[in-house]
Design a protein around this ligand. Structure first.
Ligand code: AMP
Length: 200
């Protein structure tokens, strides 16, 4: 590394560290998630991650925590549109892996395979370009939140139909009372989450 490069890197590192408070180094991820009652319909406590991702140290700590729990042998990260794209792409970049998007219906310009599923509040379909998956490739599924597990199970089914081995999934938030993580486990998928909100 040249002197200028080293100096520039040193400046960057020291500037960054000097600007961090103890709270920035260990951000309270739970406190960075905004809860919006009765959205998108009465009775739903919406766990809004936009306040978390807008917080630089919070976003970095989230990705580090997700990366720390990724098992050996994962060859690609798949994320569910749209919030799974944010965490999945950042995690894939952090791990040096490729990212596979599981898209909402009608968005991909190529032949797809699709799964329909029920949401906590509605119905939806996700689609995958199966040529993005190598046969037998170990793929980690990522989304922002697991509630009933319908979305994640549809993602797992799509990835498996495309030839992936999908035995692991990672989420920022789990709503354990809705049973999604248990459903994933019954389907042979270990579900890792950073934060649980009980009583939802
Ligand atoms: P589910 O299929 O029931 O596990 O729902 C998970 C999906 O719906 C995720 O993609 C979440 O982004 C979204 N979702 C479900 N419930 C909530 C909630 N209470 N707050 C925020 N997002 C939610």
């Amino acid at each position: 590394m040249g002197r200028c490069q080293a100096e520039a890197q040193g400046r960057l590192i020291s500037t960054g560290r000097a600007g961090l408070t103890p709270e920035d180094r260990h951000p309270d991820l739970r406190a960075l998630i905004r809860t919006v009652p009765d959205f998108p319909k009465p009775g739903i406590q919406f766990r809004d991650i936009t306040t978390l991702i807008a917080h630089g140290p919070g976003l970095a700590a989230t990705i580090e925590a997700l990366a720390g729990a990724v098992p050996a042998g994962i060859a690609a990260v798949a994320g569910i549109e749209a919030r799974g794209f944010i965490f999945g792409t950042a995690l894939a970049t952090r791990l040096g892996l490729g990212f596979v998007p599981l898209r909402k219906a009608g968005k991909l310009p190529v032949p797809t395979i699709a799964e329909d599923y029920a949401l906590e509040y509605g119905e939806a379909r996700i689609e995958l370009d199966p040529t993005l998956i190598d046969d037998g490739e170990h793929v980690l599924l990522v989304d922002d939140l697991i509630a009933t597990g319908g979305t994640a199970l549809a993602g797992v089914a799509l990835l498996r139909r495309a030839g992936a081995v999908c035995d692991h999934a990672a989420f920022v938030i789990d709503l354990p009372d809705l049973g999604g993580a248990d459903r994933l486990r019954e389907a042979g998928v270990s579900a890792h989450s950073l934060i649980a909100f009980d009583g939802d």
